[in-house]
Design a protein around this ligand. Sequence first.
Ligand code: SF4
Ligand code: SF4
Ligand code: FES
Length: 486
Amino acid sequence: MAKVTIDGAEVEVKDGLNIIEAAKAADIHVPHFCYHPSLTVVGQCRMCLVEVEGMPKLQAGCSTNVKDGMKIHVWNEKVDKARRGQMEFLLINHPLDCPICDKAGECPLQDYSFNYGSVESRYGEFKRTYPGMDRTAIGPHVVQNMNRCIHCTRCIRFCQEITGTSELAFFKRGASTEVGVFAGTPLDNWMSACVADVCPTGALTTREFRFESRVWNLDSTESVCNGCDVGCNMFIGHRNGQVFRYRPRENPDVNDHWLCDYGRFSYERYDTDRVVVPKVRNDDGYLGIATWNEALDAIEKALRPAEKVVAIASANMTNEEARVAKSLFEGVGARVGLTVDPIDPIRMKSRTEWLVGTQAAPNYRGVAAIVGENEIPSMDGIDVLYICDADFSQRTKDPAFIASLRKAKFLIVHSWDANHPLNEVADVLLPATIHVEKEGSYTNLQGRVQEIHAAYPPKGQAIPDVEIFARVAARVLSEERVAAGA
Ligand code: SF4
Ligand code: SF4
Ligand code: FES
């Protein structure tokens, strides 16, 4: 361990840590552009200059490691002057188009230019521009505006060191240096949109989020991706009950600073009509809008006399939902089946290792540990089938599979997607919630239990699934059983 003094504060940090990281331990921010904790250090933007007592020149905080007894100044006149000078160079050619830039509001270049930039420019010449490179789609998800680039190489290093795909490189020389892709090789890897996260300017933005919302108009909620069983930590960016983006939330043990493109844009599946009211099939076979009480009456009427009940749990359920569902299904003597779809393996890099997601849902392991790992039984002779999530498998879109489920005499379905084909064949359809509307937890492939949080309330008369199970249990189980389950 090394004892160092940073701006008068004494901290003890791991020997060999660089000054930027050591200063973090003292809650002091060292401005930087090219340094990224998960990429190699290149020391080329010179924004991180600090003064180290005993050293003749200012030192780069990213490439200088601490030693016991070091006295470091992150904030003093000398350092401040150097940073202002560096900002002046970086802004010489920058278009300063924050008002129309999607990075504005969360842009290190913008923030630092507020802190260190000058309101006046001493540069009277024409700015260098990259004609024709101000809105270039360099891959399916990433749009480049080369005029905003400060040549920090974070994006290039990401593609070399994390995905190993090396699509990006510097082309040309000197002041004309540009970041680009090789002819015929677009930026099209499975984590390509991460370059927009690592870019400290608005040079790289995602096609999906461009011009959708100013970032300061979004609320942010901590959650976990439900795209696969890796369980990447993320922020949900949302406003007025609509998701605008997912952003990675740093967790060195799971997804470090990253999200895969599939997971990052998986919120687009919620861009559909929702089931917002319960529905019950009447004696004429018509599935009509009902109140919650009418829906619960119909469920009670079907479940109470039923002798053979099957429930299909879902790997999309939270652990909390699975627990309440288990007590309900035990109470009515239901056999519970569980399945999960395989997915083409998704590799995700934690700080120390690669994790490989192989399941198309976030919580098979958690739900299986609670309700058991039983196959879905045949529906022949089944009185009631209770489907906890219409989306429990892609097979639920297959008419033959739907027909096999419909062999059950009575079908109860939780569903959020108004266009889901299972809705039409249900006897009772219950309006359920999507994962960004839920509180609870998922267990990922490492066995790590991670919390998810509701970004906004459920739509219409939908209620959290955990509440649906509790309401049904209150109708069909004895008070003692309900109390025991709770
Ligand atoms: S595009 Fe962004 S991340 Fe890449 S070199 Fe330019 S400023 Fe850095
Ligand atoms: S690896 Fe899995 S959990 Fe992570 S972002 Fe991709 S789909 Fe989501
Ligand atoms: S962050 Fe140190 S030189 Fe760029």
